[in-house]
Design a binder for this molecule. Structure first.
Ligand code: ZN
Length: 457
């Protein structure tokens, strides 16, 4: 039954969304959720009740957006109607806004599935209100330094939320992440574990941005026999009281083809996706695992993932003035290191690095000292430091002995012009940005007519 209050909440939310799109306030991603919840605090719970399938939540430090998009793609490939929240609007208001946008004027949600990326700290509320059939926890990396120390607390928050999953709800966890392993081993019902098994793509040691290397039980330093991304790999405590759980959904025979394609084998099925980088192997594997929980056919999933597209801002590509541009979001040391490694594999030589220090980026930018910019030394032909903190970036590059670094140019537009000029025709240029720098850059590209606004894509 649709109560009048719920219907009013939905209508008011929809009107707010239309108004903010009309006034171009960034696509109106969360404000409709605020308005709808102010009228009916239960509106999300009620709308989710209309879903025929149910809700799927995706959380973790890196890869939420891409994983959510892959899962949504799998479901849409079956002809299902899927409601998803937009990248970055991953609080309860963003999920509510998405549900409101998917509802009809009668106040009913017209969809089969809800796939929501959820901020780690919001997971308890999201589990409570959406009663999900699956919750993915991809990884728990240290975000920026000013949030350091919160990882333990976040792990406990996530564990608490997973303990309260409804009957039939399944946790889908990355076995290769020690923090996620710790969470999952403490759950009353066994999760579905996924992980990578291919030594040919592992590093011999932890990159220096890695954290979470100690045993949660005895505090001893974990020993890694393989390291894949950040602190994710195959680990065990030397005192034998903690080790990586054996994954059920496993990626073997990993092939990385620059930024264009990954290929893995999962349970004897060859899975290809037009995404680059080892971190995307984890995102594809997470989506495959959700599909496994839902009982989807493996061959169907493999076919569907071939057509995947990178989520907004993560590896968006476009061509202008005879150059190919790739936008990559880099919001923390682990993510940044992965992107630098990927650009190295793709033989990238021309870069713009946009560093901002707004709240969404983390106000303290000293985390850039944990990023291995040394990877660019001797390889890059031009690196333009830009964004609000262009000068800090320039200093970091200087210490990394990146002689190709230019003078800092805080103005993203001028920095982009400088990069375009320095990139030969037919060449590749990489735009590596923190979150708000990416939004600024994207807005600029839309203004110049180089890209479409993201709410229109
Ligand atoms: Zn131990």
């Amino acid at each position: 039954m649709v109560t009048p209050r719920r219907r009013l909440a939905v209508l008011a939310g929809k009107a707010t969304g239309a108004l903010s799109r009309a006034t171009r306030r960034g696509g109106g991603t969360t404000f409709p959720g605020d308005v709808a919840r102010a009228i009916d605090p239960q509106v999300l719970r009620r709308l989710i009740g209309d879903l025929r399938g149910g809700a799927i939540l995706i959380t973790g430090t890196n890869g939420k957006t891409t994983t959510a998009r892959l899962v949504a793609g799998l479901l849409q490939g079956m002809g299902a109607r899927v409601v998803t929240n937009r990248a970055g609007s991953n609080l309860i208001y963003g999920a509510t806004a998405a549900a409101v946008a998917g509802a009809g004027l009668d106040g009913r949600l017209r969809a089969d599935w809800g796939v929501f990326e959820i901020d780690e700290a919001t997971l308890p509320a999201a589990v409570e209100e959406t009663r999900p059939v699956a919750v993915v926890v991809g990884n728990l990396f240290r975000d920026q330094l000013d949030r350091y120390g919160e990882l333990e607390l976040l792990a406990r928050t996530i564990q608490g939320a997973l303990e309260r999953l409804p009957e039939g709800g399944r946790a889908v966890l990355n076995a290769d992440d020690p923090r996620v392993g710790e969470i999952g081993l403490g759950l009353p019902r066994p999760p579905l574990w996924y992980g990578v098994e291919d030594r040919s793509v592992s590093l011999s040691e932890l990159p220096h941005a890695a954290d979470a290397r100690t045993c949660p039980h005895c505090g001893a330093r974990l020993e890694f026999s393989a390291v894949y991304v950040g602190h994710d790999g195959v680990y065990a405590c030397p005192n034998r009281d903690f080790a990586r759980p054996a994954p059920e959904v496993v990626a073997t025979s990993v092939t990385l083809d620059g930024l264009d394609r990954i290929c893995i084998e999962v349970g004897g099925v060859r899975v290809e996706a037009p995404l680059g980088g080892l971190y995307n192997v984890y995102n594809v594997l997470a989506a495959f695992s959700v599909g496994t929980v839902l009982g989807l056919n493996q061959h169907f999933m493999a076919e569907s993932l071939k057509k995947a597209v990178a989520a907004f801002g993560r590896q968006e590509r476009f061509e202008r003035r005879g150059r190919r541009f790739t936008i990559m979001l880099a919001k923390n040391p682990t993510g940044f290191n992965e992107i630098l490694r990927e650009s190295e594999r793709a033989d990238g030589r021309h870069f713009l690095i946009g560093l901002n220090d707004r709240i969404a980026d983390g106000r303290d930018v000293s985390w850039i000292w944990d990023v291995d910019f040394e990877l660019l030394a001797g390889r890059a032909e031009v690196v333009v430091p830009s964004g609000v903190r262009a000068h800090d970036m320039a200093l970091r590059l200087k210490y990394a002995e990146v002689t190709a670094a230019t003078e800092p140019e805080p103005d993203l537009g001028l920095a982009l012009d400088r990069l375009t000029e320095a990139t030969p025709e037919g060449g590749d240029a990489y735009l590596l940005c923190t979150y708000t720098a990416m939004l600024d850059l994207r807005a600029l590209l839309v203004q110049r007519g180089w890209l479409r606004p993201y709410w229109a894509t």
